[in-house]
Design a protein. Structure first.
Length: 362
C-alpha cells in the first residue's frame, strides 16, 4: 500500500515516510512497516498479514509505480484520495478523483489478469456508490493483442487507457472498428493529456459524440466506401464470401441459420453485398452475421410496412458484448446506413421498409 496513518492520525505517503515513526493500516488499524530499498518502490506492508482483507500485500513494482504516476498527474487539477477504504462495499480503488460539479471517479490501475466475474463485481460495487470507474491497464495488457470482448470490458467513454511505468508512457486507443476477418483497428494517442481528457464533463462528451443521426449517417457511408482501402470493392466482397464459405464447410456457422436461409430459398454464400461491408465494433458475432439478421428481420416486416424502431433494436441487442455500452449508437448508425441506401425510411420512432436487399444470384 502507498498510504498509512502515522501517530498523529494523518495519512502519509510511503515515499515521504520516516522509518523511525510508527504507522498503521488505514483499514484494519494494525501496524504496518515501511519497505524501501534500491530495487523496491517505497510502500507499507502489514507486520502480520492475516486479518486484513482490505489491503493486499505484494503489489508489483509496476503497480506501485503506475499508481503513483497516475496520482501525480491527476492531483495537478483535482483532489485525489489514494487507496480510499470504501467500507460499504469492502473495496479499495487505487485512486478516487474528487471532481467539482461532476461525479467522483474511481481509478483502477490493472496490471495482472482479472476474471470477468471479478471485474463485474468491482464495477458494480463502485457504481453502487454513485462513482464512475476508469480502468488504466498496465504493461501486460499493453503488450498483448486484445480481443474485442476484452477491450469492451475496460472501455471508458469509448476509450481504452494504458500506462507503462518503465517507459513512463501514457497511451489511449479510440475509434475502434472491426472488419470481418481482419484485425481490430483503432487510433491511438500518446501522452497523459489523452487520459486527462476523459475527465471532461458529460456535456462536453456528448458534444464530441456522433449522436446526431445525420452525422452518424455520413460517417457510416464514408466508412463503407473505404472498408477495404488496399483492394477494390469486388475483391473485398469475393474475399468475404470465400471466408464465409470456408466457415460453413468447417461447421463454424450455426446450422439453424443455414437452414433458415435454405427454407427461404437463400444460400449463405449469396447474402447481399451490404452484409459484407460492416465495420461495427462491439459485436459478439461477425458484422456479416449481425447485418444478415437485420436483413432477414426486414424481410419478415415486408415491403411498405412499418415497424417500431425499438422493437427491431430489442431483437438485435443480443448480438453485442454484454459489457459494450455504445450499442445504441451502432444500431442507429446501421439504420442510418440503410436509409442512405434507400432500403428503409426513418420517421420518428418508426421504420418503413422501402425495398428489400437482394441475395446474389449464381
Amino acid at each position: 500500500m502507498l498510504l498509512a496513518i502515522n501517530s498523529s492520525n494523518q495519512y502519509i505517503f510511503a515515499n515521504l515516510a520516516n522509518r523511525s515513526e510508527r504507522y498503521r493500516c488505514p483499514a484494519c488499524k494494525k501496524p504496518v512497516v515501511l519497505r524501501h530499498g534500491q530495487q523496491n518502490v517505497a510502500h507499507f506492508a502489514h507486520q502480520v498479514q492475516a486479518g486484513c482483507h482490505s489491503f493486499t500485500e505484494g503489489e508489483t513494482i509496476d503497480h506501485l509505480l503506475g499508481k503513483m504516476a497516475l496520482y501525480q498527474h491527476f492531483a495537478k487539477d483535482y483532489r485525489v484520495v489514494v487507496e480510499p477504504v470504501l467500507s460499504q462495499i469492502s473495496q479499495r480503488p487505487d485512486l478516487l478523483v474528487k471532481r467539482p460539479r461532476e461525479t467522483d471517479l474511481a481509478i483502477e490501475y490493472q496490471c495482472s489478469p482479472i476474471g470477468k466475474k471479478r471485474l463485474q463485481e468491482r464495477n458494480e460495487g463502485l457504481k453502487s456508490l454513485g462513482l464512475e470507474v476508469l480502468w488504466v491497464l498496465g504493461p501486460a495488457y499493453y503488450q498483448r493483442r486484445l480481443s474485442g470482448e476484452l477491450t469492451c470490458r475496460f472501455l471508458y467513454g469509448g476509450r481504452l487507457f494504458f500506462y507503462v511505468p518503465k517507459q513512463k508512457r501514457f497511451d489511449t486507443r479510440f475509434n475502434f472498428s472491426k472488419t470481418d476477418f481482419h484485425k481490430l483497428q483503432y487510433e491511438s494517442q500518446t501522452g497523459f493529456a489523452a487520459i486527462a481528457a476523459s475527465l471532461a464533463s458529460s456535456a462536453e462528451k456528448d458534444k464530441s459524440d456522433c449522436s446526431g443521426r445525420g452525422t452518424i449517417k455520413q460517417s457510416v457511408v464514408d466508412q463503407t466506401k473505404s472498408v477495404c482501402p488496399t483492394s477494390d470493392l469486388d475483391q473485398h466482397l469475393l474475399y468475404q464470401r470465400t471466408k464465409i464459405t470456408l466457415l460453413m464447410v468447417q461447421g463454424r456457422v450455426k446450422v439453424d441459420l443455414i437452414n433458415y436461409l435454405y427454407e427461404r430459398g437463400h444460400r449463405l454464400d449469396q447474402i447481399p453485398d451490404w452484409c459484407l461491408l460492416g465495420q461495427a465494433f462491439g459485436l459478439a458475432v461477425p458484422n456479416w452475421h449481425f447485418r444478415l439478421v437485420l436483413v432477414l428481420l426486414l424481410e419478415r416486416v415486408r415491403l411498405n410496412h412499418w415497424i417500431v424502431e425499438e422493437r427491431l433494436s430489442a431483437r438485435l441487442r443480443q448480438y453485442f458484448y454484454p459489457s459494450f455500452q455504445d450499442h445504441e449508437k451502432i444500431l442507429k448508425a446501421t439504420y442510418a446506413d440503410l436509409a442512405a441506401s434507400g432500403v428503409i425510411c426513418l420517421q420518428g420512432n418508426k421504420i418503413l421498409v422501402i425495398k428489400l436487399l437482394q441475395f446474389v444470384a449464381d
